[in-house]
Design a protein around this ligand. Sequence first.
Ligand code: ADP
Ligand code: MG
Length: 232
Amino acid sequence: VEELMRKSEKLSVVGQLAAGVAHEIRNPLTSIKGFVQLLRQEVNHSFYMDIIISEINRLESIVGEFLTLAKNQPPKRERLDLRILLQQVVSLFDTKSLYKNVEIIQEYDEGLPFIYCDGNQMKQVFMNIIKNAIEAMPNGGIIEIQISCHNFHSVRLTFIDQGVGISAERIKHIGEPYFSTKEKGTGLGLMISHKIVQEHGGTIHIESQVNKGTKVEVMLPIKQPSPVENSI
Ligand code: ADP
Ligand code: MG
């Protein structure tokens, strides 16, 4: 855990870099969106245009999230239902997982407590983890997601895949910026996820067996005491 915390300190440098890039991407994206919206009225294939526009919107929100993250703002604390949050993220992967022959199974404990977290940031964490799980199973397989009450203080989310796994040698480097074993990987997903979860007072733990699969465990505290409550 300390190791991962140390790694996430590197984010400040990477974060600044990323913020710069994100900023540069945002302007051309805005003009592309404007012109595509204009084109949409001219073109018969509005179905394709709708896809293009919705993908541009996605890019915009990713860039936006990156910028907020890089600005190092403390997470917003909203009272949220993790189950709903996770279902929203899983539904984003519906077509992709179908196409990749991946089945996502979700299991929830009864009476899960609400969590005080930044919904967008937490979604980004779940997206990164699920995306990695799908990418680890090129021939398809099952992803099992569980949310359980760990104890009175924390909720545990586990993401289990049946993918290629991570060797002991490589697992040491997970969370380092730009560490990726993928051709098109950024090696930023898990580092950002660690940072977000850490800022929420939680932890991420990864266990893996080569060619068997990987288990990612996210622990989140149930309640973040606000400064006002602390002083009472
Ligand atoms: P990226 O996905 O862009 O490579 P990440 O930070 O998300 O960057 O992940 C870093 C690396 O960790 C990946 O390249 C991969 O080697 C490894 N990894 C992460 N999750 C998994 C998983 N579920 N199964 C196998 N390897 C994984
Ligand atoms: Mg990734």
